[in-house]
Ligand binder design. Structure first.
Ligand code: SD4
Length: 310
């Protein structure tokens, strides 16, 4: 059955993020404020893959990507942003205060500073410094599809991978408020040890995030290149427009990627989560290991395993 208000977000870090979003939604607040405040929690946490504590690119710089979209097709995005703690809030300022949708790199940072965001020190977190040092020993760019986490383990276990491998997580969040309006947000450091300048799907409207207030909202996580290839979240929303449930729409998008990738699909992970205008939610991923957090009441904030195909 559908719920209103409702907020869902990717991975287990979504539980804490949902809590902050729920405080906005339960008080009749706007979905846009909920999805910003929700993912800000993750940006501020020590994580392998979101915010300034995350793993750097292969040249040692932490570069952050984020985007946000509201119920009126307003959208804002920043990419390859350095030394700013809350990329999602800068993305919102791009949306609200500039005639543009995307700002990148130096220009994005310059805009953030002009808007009063503090320029943080250029310094890796202890965990990231350790992981980077380990990565430099081989300097191999080899994505791992998931990290199996045992129950109760920190959401940020990827930093502690014993074999030196790295993982990629992102927080994507979509919500519907008490007025029935939808919004979404997505924020990440992208893939650990990526090429300098590489962007994934997360800052790209229609790839990492899409919202159509008549239909629904979707966000993505995983191998960004393969989300971009199919304009993933836009596809999910369009499939919902054709009458598919959120889960069916996410599944169909995942099937599209698997068809394109062929035998290589087993080497990657992509997960989609979505809500529709009725407040129904769903998710699908390529393979086991993806989960998402669903919150629609003070006492209902639950981690659900994504269904998978391979
Ligand atoms: C990216 N989609 O940069 C992001 C990474 C991610 O879970 O979502 N990892 O490709």
């Amino acid at each position: 059955a559908g719920r209103k208000p409702i907020v869902i977000s990717t991975w287990d870090a979504g539980i804490n993020a949902n809590k902050a979003a729920w405080q906005v939604l339960r008080n009749g607040g706007r979905a846009l404020d909920a999805v910003e405040q929700g993912v800000m929690v993750t940006e501020a946490e020590q994580s392998c893959c979101v915010g300034l504590g995350a793993n750097p690119d292969r040249d040692g710089f932490v570069t952050l990507d984020a985007c946000i979209m509201d119920e009126h097709f307003n959208c804002g995005s920043v990419a390859a942003l350095e030394r700013i703690k809350h990329p999602i809030s800068v993305a919102r300022r791009v949306m609200e205060k500039t005639p543009h949708v995307m700002l990148v790199g130096q220009g994005a940072q310059q805009f953030a500073v002009s808007e009063g965001f503090p320029l943080e020190a250029q310094k890796l977190s202890d965990d990231a410094a350790k992981e980077y040092k380990k990565w430099l020993e081989k300097s191999e760019y080899k994505p791992v599809i998931n990290v199996e986490r045992t129950k109760g383990q920190s959401a940020f276990a990827p930093n502690k991978l014993s074999n030196g491998d790295w993982n990629h997580d992102t927080i994507g969040m979509v919500a519907m408020d008490a007025n029935g309006n939808l919004s979404g947000s997505c924020t990440t450091s992208g893939m650990g040890f990526k090429m300098r300048g590489r962007l994934g799907d997360s800052p790209i409207i229609g790839a990492g995030l899409y919202v159509d207030n008549e239909i629904g909202a979707a966000t993505a996580t995983g191998q960004g290149e393969d989300v971009i290839r199919i304009a993933g979240t836009h596809l999910v929303v369009e499939l919902m427009r054709q009458g598919l449930s959120p889960e069916q729409a996410c599944k169909t998008a995942v099937e599209r990627i698997i068809k394109i990738k062929g035998a290589k699909a087993k080497d990657i992970q992509v997960g989609f989560i979505a809500i529709n205008k009725k407040g129904e939610h769903g998710a699908y991923c390529i393979q086991k290991g993806f989960n998402y957090a669903v919150c629609y009441a003070d006492d209902h904030n639950e981690l659900i395993d994504g269904k998978f195909i391979l």
